[in-house]
Design a protein. Structure first.
Length: 105
């Protein structure tokens, strides 16, 4: 014989599993839609890519627990006008907020 508490626990577990599956399905569908929109932009030539200027630095650890930073220069990084990384490029909204690259030596 099962009690009402056992039935409630089982029902809650089912609801949680369904919610997680629904969330994963929504993320997969959103990524697929983002991919399709980018491919349509590429096919129609409607500016699918952008550029962001990135400043690069060498981060050199010294013996006295200090760090020296040497400026390398700037370079243009290609980004995509999308929500997620696509085609090996970061989305422009992300790349524009990460304009410094530190290279540790």
């Amino acid at each position: 014989m099962t009690s009402a508490n056992d039935d409630t626990v089982v029902l809650m577990k089912r609801c949680m599993i369904r919610a997680v599956i629904a969330l994963l399905a929504a993320v997969v569908l959103l990524y697929a839609a983002d991919f399709v929109v980018l491919k349509v932009r590429i096919a129609t030539g409607r500016n699918p890519y952008g550029t962001v200027t990135v400043r690069s630095y060498y981060s050199i650890a010294k013996k006295n627990n200090k760090v020296e930073y040497d400026y390398i220069g700037t370079e243009d990084e290609t980004c995509t006008h999308s929500l997620f990384p696509q085609g090996g490029h970061n989305p422009c909204w992300y790349a524009s907020s990460h304009t410094e690259r530190k290279i540790e030596i």
